[in-house]
Design a protein around this ligand. Structure first.
Ligand code: ADP
Length: 301
C-alpha cells in the first residue's frame, strides 16, 4: 500500500515508528507536513498539493494531528477522504473527540461511565455549578489544555470558586469535575485498535501530585485491566467513531470512568512500557480495513 502519514515532524517517535512499521511490512510510507499541504476545493476532482506537486495514488492516510492544528489538519484529512483515501481515523471522529464537552456529551448519551462533570459560562452560576457536581474537592479543567496544563485540584469550596472565577475572567472555557480521590493519582491508558484494547498501561503521578501525565513526572507501568475496563475503552472509542484511540480511564469505587478519548495517542510510552509493536498493529489494521473508497463518510461530516 501507499500510506501517507500526516505529521508536522518526521522525527517524532510516533511518526518514526509508523514509518518504520509500514516499511517493514512492505508499504510505501510518505510523511506529509500537515501545514504544508494545500488544496483545491472548488475543482470537481478534489486535489491536495504538496511542495508544488499533487499528492496522488494513496491507499490510506494516518493522521497524527496535534491539538493546536486540529482545524487545518482535519480539513487536509477531509480532502484525502474526498479522494476516497482510507483514513486510520476519520476527520469527523477527530473533530468530535477534540471538542471535550461534545465528547463527554456523546459518551454520556451512550451510558459510558464518566466523572460527574459540569460546565457553565457565566460567573453568576458558579456556586450552583459547584453544588451540581457535588461540591469540593473538585477538579477544574481548561478546555483547551493538554498534558495536564490547566488542570487544577481545588480542595475547598472557596478555592474552587476563586479558581473558576479566575479562569472565566481570563475568558477560558472550563469544565468542573468531581475529584476521583480513590484513583490515587493514577489513570489507565487503554490503546484501542479496531475493536480491541491491544495494549494498556498505568500512569502514576509523582508523590504530591494528582495528575499522572508523563510530561508532569508521572511514571508508567504495565497493568492488567479488567474485562469491564476493556469493554468500556472499546465502547468509548466506538462511540467517538475512532478506529484507533487512547482511552484514559480512572478507577473509581463505582467502576471505570472515562476521562478522555484521544484520537492521536502517542506511541512512545505505550510501546516502551508494554514492549508491544503498537505501530505494527496499526499498520496491520490498515491492511485489513483500508483500501480505496472504504471511507464511511468520504469527507461529508
Ligand atoms: P490532559 O488532557 O491535559 O492530560 P486530563 O483531563 O487528562 O488533562 O487530566 C490530567 C490528569 O489529572 C489525568 O491524567 C489524571 O491523572 C488527573 N485527573 C484528571 N481528572 C481527574 C478527576 N476528575 N479525578 C481525579 N484525577 C483526575
Amino acid at each position: 500500500m501507499k500510506i501517507a502519514v500526516l505529521s508536522r515532524n518526521p522525527r517524532l517517535y510516533s511518526t518514526r515508528r509508523l514509518v518504520e512499521a509500514g516499511q517493514q511490512r512492505g508499504h510505501e510510507m510518505v510523511v506529509i507536513d500537515t501545514l504544508r499541504a494545500y488544496m483545491n476545493i472548488a475543482s470537481h476532482k478534489p486535489q491536495i498539493h504538496y511542495r508544488g506537486k499533487p499528492l496522488e495514488g494513496f491507499d490510506a492516510v494516518i493522521p497524527r494531528i496535534g491539538a493546536s492544528v486540529t482545524f487545518y489538519g482535519c480539513a487536509v484529512l477531509r480532502q484525502f477522504e474526498m479522494q476516497g483515501v482510507f483514513p486510520l481515523n476519520e476527520s469527523v471522529a477527530i473533530s468530535r473527540s477534540r471538542d471535550k464537552l461534545r465528547a463527554l456529551q456523546l459518551l454520556s448519551r451512550k451510558g459510558i461511565g464518566l466523572p460527574v462533570t459540569g460546565f457553565a459560562h457565566s460567573p453568576d452560576d458558579i456556586p450552583d455549578l459547584i453544588q451540581m457536581v457535588g461540591g469540593a474537592p473538585l477538579v477544574i479543567k481548561v478546555l483547551e489544555g493538554t498534558q495536564g496544563m490547566g488542570v487544577v485540584l481545588a480542595e475547598t469550596q472557596k478555592a474552587a470558586e476563586s479558581v473558576i472565577e479566575a479562569f472565566l475572567g481570563l475568558k477560558q472555557d472550563i469544565m468542573v469535575q468531581e475529584y476521583i480521590k480513590e484513583a490515587g493519582g493514577a489513570d489507565i491508558r487503554c490503546f484501542v485498535v479496531g475493536d480491541k484494547v491491544i495494549a494498556a498501561m498505568k500512569r502514576q503521578a509523582k508523590p504530591g501530585e494528582f495528575r499522572s501525565n508523563l510530561h508532569r513526572g508521572g511514571t508508567a507501568s504495565l497493568i492488567k485491566i479488567t474485562p469491564e475496563e476493556r469493554s468500556t475503552a472499546v465502547r468509548a472509542a466506538r462511540v467517538m467513531g475512532l478506529n484507533v484511540a487512547g482511552v484514559d480511564i480512572l478507577r473509581s469505587n463505582h467502576g471505570p470512568l472515562v476521562m478522555e478519548v484521544n484520537s492521536s495517542p502517542g506511541l512512545e510510552g505505550i510501546e516502551t512500557t508494554t514492549g508491544k509493536d503498537v505501530a505494527g498493529m496499526i499498520v496491520q489494521y490498515l491492511e485489513k480495513n483500508g483500501g480505496p473508497n472504504m471511507t464511511r463518510t468520504r469527507g461529508k461530516g
